[in-house]
Design a protein around this ligand. Sequence first.
Ligand SMILES: Nc1ncnc2c1ncn2[C@@H]1O[C@H](COP(=O)(O)OP(=O)(O)OP(=O)(O)O)[C@@H](O)[C@H]1O
Length: 249
Amino acid sequence: MGEALVHVEELTLAWDERVIQRDLNFDVRPGEVLVLMGGSGCGKSTLLRHLIGLQVPARGRIRYGGIDLASADETQRDQLRERFGVMFQAGALWSSMSVGENVMLPMQELTTLAPAEIETLARFKLALVGLEGAFDASPADLSGGMKKRAAIARAMALDPPLLYLDEPSAGLDPITSARLDELILHLRDHLGTTIVMVTHELDSIFAVADRALFLDAQEKTMTALDAPRALLLHGPEPVRHFLQGRARP
Ligand SMILES: Nc1ncnc2c1ncn2[C@@H]1O[C@H](COP(=O)(O)OP(=O)(O)OP(=O)(O)O)[C@@H](O)[C@H]1O
């Protein structure tokens, strides 16, 4: 296994003065699906916001290779843009553009590729997520699951080695959600994409996660990081309860 893509060191997350999580230490390993899990309000989305540089750590560091995210200069930020793609919880596509135009947009803005090449690549990305026929469709005409797939295609537009997904299955029925899990595994297994994903769905955690990180809302720190099945058997009690679908008493 190669060097970690992301190093998180002594990270404290806070909103204003209020500490949400502290002393987070973990790596994101190349080629893994890492799930961020924990009860409602424990700080999963806040951690994701820090990992993509939307929020600056109250303490500690997030490093991509040699680059410290918080102190990156303009050139380094440009380099970082190519290292990860992001699909936010809303997964919003621009409604005024076709699905194909949505996927082409990052390539138009951030590459010097010719228009014909960009279109070919966008069609390829849509095929990758099982939406080969949707290039000219309007986002409004897509089902919830198809919108998520299109948003993943857009996040993959620049071929990032790392993909951040915030609750990709939120609002989807179980069958559509399972198909999205298959897509996530396909990206990992066939493109070697590393995926860091926030999810509530236990089925999804067991289906896709190589490792799952548990943020404990009461302890305000991570209390476990391991394969979900290992955590189910040997994890701390609150983690086992969580994975059994039982809320903390
Ligand atoms: N914009 C904000 N301003 C202030 N506090 C916030 C803001 N967003 C979130 N918080 C607080 O940070 C804490 C963590 O919220 P966060 O959304 O990261 O949790 P989460 O684990 O993703 O929750 P959920 O599973 O419900 O989506 C919560 O106490 C929340 O109230």
